[in-house]
Design a protein around this ligand. Structure first.
Ligand code: AMP
Length: 222
C-alpha cells in the first residue's frame, strides 16, 4: 500500500467502550471526507447479513470476547484496499491487540498514520453510558436514553432503536477488562512513536469534536 507520499489522512481512534468513540469517529470521518472504518460495525453487518464471517463472529461478540487477530487482519486488509480508502481512513475499534497494532504499522508504516486519538473517559462513567446506549437497527445511529420510554424511533431514519446484543452487564464488564488488558497497552506503543494524542472524553460532544479536529488539523498541517 502506498502510504507515505500523498495527502491521505489516516487516523486511528482509541477509547474504551462507551467513551463516545463511535459518535466522534463518525463526525471526524465526515469532516475529513474519509471512510469511517469501524470493525465492530463491519462485524455487526456481517452478523445481520448471515455471512460466513458473521456466523463465526456472533457468539464471540455476544460474549464480549475478541474475534481472532487472524480474522480481523483479513477483514482490515481487504477493507483498506477498497478504492474509497485511497484518500485516507479513520479506524475505529482497530487495532485492539498488540499483533493487530504491529500488523497495521507493518502495513502502512509509522509515517502512514497521522495521529492516534485516545478519547479518555473513566471506567465508572462509561458503564453508565453503555447501559443507556441504543442504536438504530437500520442506520446504526447512536443514542443515549435515560429510560425505555425515551427509546423509540431513530430521529434520522425512523428505524427502531435497539440495545446492542453485547451491551449486557456481563458482556460490558468483560469488554472493559479486555480493553484494559489488550488495548490500553497499545496507547503506550503509539505514544512511543509520537503518534498519540489524548483528549478528555468527558464533556459536551461538540466541544470534544472541536478539540479532536484541532489536533488532527495541527498534525496534518492544514
Ligand atoms: P465495538 O463495536 O468496537 O465495541 O466491537 C464490538 C465487538 O466486535 C467487540 O466486542 C469484539 O467482539 C468485536 N471486535 C470489533 N473489533 C475488533 C477487533 N479489532 N479485534 C477483535 N474483535 C473485534
Amino acid at each position: 500500500m502506498d502510504s507515505n507520499n500523498d495527502n491521505a489522512i489516516r487516523l486511528v481512534v482509541f477509547g474504551r467502550q462507551g467513551a463516545g468513540k463511535g459518535t466522534q469517529a463518525t463526525r471526524l470521518a465526515h469532516h475529513y471526507g474519509i471512510p469511517h472504518i469501524s470493525t465492530g460495525d463491519m462485524l455487526r453487518a456481517a452478523v445481520k447479513d448471515g455471512t460466513e464471517l458473521g456466523l463465526k463472529a456472533k457468539a464471540i461478540m455476544d460474549a464480549g470476547q475478541l474475534v481472532s487477530d487472524e480474522i480481523m487482519l483479513g477483514v482490515i486488509e481487504e477493507r483498506l484496499a477498497q478504492p474509497d480508502a485511497a484518500p485516507g481512513w479513520l479506524l475505529d475499534g482497530f487495532p485492539r491487540t498488540a499483533p493487530q497494532a504491529q500488523a497495521l504499522l507493518n502495513m502502512v508504516g509509522e509515517n502512514g498514520i497521522d495521529v492516534a486519538l485516545d478519547l479518555d473517559v473513566p471506567e465508572d462513567v462509561v458503564v453508565d453510558r453503555i447501559s443507556s446506549r441504543r442504536v438504530c437497527a437500520d442506520c446504526g445511529a447512536i443514542y443515549s436514553v435515560n429510560s425505555e420510554a425515551d427509546a423509540s424511533d431513530c430521529a434520522k431514519c425512523g428505524g427502531r432503536l435497539v440495545q446492542r446484543d453485547d451491551d449486557t452487564e456481563e458482556s460490558i464488564r468483560k469488554r472493559l477488562a479486555l480493553y484494559n488488558e489488550q488495548t490500553a497497552p497499545l496507547l503506550e506503543l503509539f505514544d512511543g512513536i509520537g503518534l498519540l494524542a489524548t483528549v478528555n472524553g468527558v464533556g459536551e460532544p461538540d466541544e470534544i469534536t472541536e478539540k479532536l479536529i484541532a489536533i488532527v488539523d495541527e498534525r496534518i498541517g492544514s
